[in-house]
Design a protein around this ligand. Structure first.
Ligand SMILES: [Zn+2]
Length: 156
């Protein structure tokens, strides 16, 4: 009688636990979808130039140089992967472009129809050259924030 019960239970388990098996199979990717609140908390800390992990600091030695680890929680500020900075550069470019687009639209909306086109023609390229420098540390911390949100430290 007991022998009969086991195959049934196995059959039920296989049918019901398919999502679990898929999740287990992908566990080596170590990715997870963060809760919105957690993502916003990490991003907010990065925007304030604080450690995305603990909200403390300091995280910078100078504007262009990050500390190796957070001065508060001691968490390394990079993941030690060879291409890690590429993500930060991507955030830097995207932020610069978004800032330009936002300012451009704001100027158009508030000054229309007397838009200072000559000023925009000069100011926009200068702004686009300065923005990546101004946003440099923020973009590196934002990259770390998103990385921590989607790939939390599990094994460390
Ligand atoms: Zn920290």
């Amino acid at each position: 009688m007991r022998g009969d019960a086991r195959p049934k239970a196995d059959a039920g388990r296989q049918g019901n636990s398919e999502p679990h098996r898929l999740r287990d199979a992908n566990e080596h990717l170590e990715m997870s979808v963060p809760k919105f609140g957690r993502l916003m908390r990490l991003v907010g800390r990065a925007l304030l130039l604080r450690c995305p992990n603990c909200g403390g600091g300091p995280v910078q030695e100078s504007w262009f140089r990050m500390r190796e680890s957070c001065g508060d929680c001691g968490r390394p500020l990079e993941r030690g992967e060879p291409d890690y900075f590429i993500g930060g550069m991507m955030f830097n470019l995207v932020l610069s472009e978004l800032l330009f687009a936002a300012l451009f639209v704001a100027v158009l909306v508030f000054l229309w129809p007397a838009v200072p086109w000559d000023g925009i023609q000069v100011g926009a390229p200068i702004g686009m050259a300065i923005a990546p420098i101004l946003l440099y540390p923020i973009s590196k911390l934002l990259w770390l924030a998103f990385d921590l949100a989607f790939r939390p430290d599990r094994e460390r």
